[in-house]
Design a protein around this ligand. Structure first.
Ligand SMILES: NC(=O)c1ccc[n+]([C@@H]2O[C@H](COP(=O)([O-])OP(=O)(O)OC[C@H]3O[C@@H](n4cnc5c(N)ncnc54)[C@H](OP(=O)(O)O)[C@@H]3O)[C@@H](O)[C@H]2O)c1
Length: 262
């Protein structure tokens, strides 16, 4: 059976996968709350979604700001009870050139955005979803959360943290009839992946990723991992002894160009 989502919260909606998801989810009868920091990019996405018939609200909020997130989410949910929340906002980083240690503070920043930001997106809605005994929570992790990338230690750790939290949430919320989906993308074309200077095997366009995610969310999948060859390779690689598993990661050596550091 396919669920039709009519009230959706989406973080990281101003770019890449989030932007493509916002467009993909847009249709008449759908209300979206799109969250990100960059006003111009966010409003451009909102306009494109409205052109597809969706009702769109935007909140220019940093996911690290727990109070502002709570206020935006509770206000929206009171007016339009949420049936899908997608915690997608994230940033990436990696080793310094020449495979030196990550810059000081990188690990904390990534944990605050990728992990705490995810908590700030989910926690305010939890009691409401539980009380309604309905809804779905989707957390965007990464294949790097299933198998850490040697050049992206902090990023991989944050995505493994999202995975751990999501798996626990899935087991806990099942008895309350609230669904939880963990999303593990491989390489998807976006401003984030453009900074990943190295092999990006089986990279797919953001629009294709969004269609696949939407389709599987509607079908109630608990795990969405793609593209299949890379996800299967990681699953099998995790069965290898560590020394051999590490050897298989050599071809994936990469340099991650820094972002704007916000
Ligand atoms: N692209 C890939 O290959 C890939 C692979 C695996 C997993 N992922 C995951 O997919 C998600 C989306 O990535 P993407 O490739 O679409 O990246 P992207 O194009 O860089 O977009 C990231 C989004 O997150 C938002 N964001 C970042 N920090 C934020 C903050 N502090 N508060 C609020 N919003 C924030 C950005 O909006 P503002 O800058 O406007 O705030 C933007 O909308 C991330 O969680 C990423 O880790 C991506």
């Amino acid at each position: 059976m396919q669920t039709r989502f009519s009230s959706v919260v989406l973080t990281g909606a101003s770019s890449g996968i989030g932007e493509a998801l916002a467009r993909e989810l847009s249709a008449p009868g759908v209300t979206l709350l799109l969250i990100a920091r960059d006003e111009a990019r966010l409003e451009a996405v909102a306009a494109a979604c409205r052109a597809k018939g969706a009702t769109v609200e935007t909140a220019r909020v940093d996911v690290r700001d727990a109070d502002a997130m709570r206020q935006a989410l509770e206000s929206f949910d009171t007016r339009v009870p949420v049936d899908l929340v997608i915690a997608n906002a994230g940033v990436s980083a990696g080793l310094t050139p020449g495979h030196g240690p990550e810059a000081p503070g990188v690990s904390r920043r990534l944990m605050e955005i990728n992990y705490a930001g995810m908590l700030h997106t989910v926690e305010p809605l939890l009691p409401r979803l539980i009380a309604r005994r309905a809804g779905r929570i989707a957390l965007v992790s990464s294949l790097a959360g299933l198998r850490a990338l040697p050049d992206m230690p902090s990023y991989s750790a944050t995505k493994a943290a999202v995975r751990g939290y999501g798996i626990a949430l899935r087991g806990w919320l099942a008895r309350h009839h609230v669904g939880v989906t963990l999303i593990y993308p491989g390489f998807v074309t976006s401003p984030m992946s453009a900074r990943h200077a190295g092999a990006r095997p089986f990279e797919i366009p953001a629009e294709k990723a969004a269609t696949l995610i939407h389709h599987r969310l509607k079908s109630g999948h608990r795990v969405i991992a793609f593209p299949f060859p890379l996800a299967a390779g990681i699953f099998l690689g995790n069965l290898l002894p560590p020394w051999l598993s590490d050897l298989t990661m050599r071809p994936f050596e990469a340099e991650v160009r820094p972002d704007d550091g916000r």
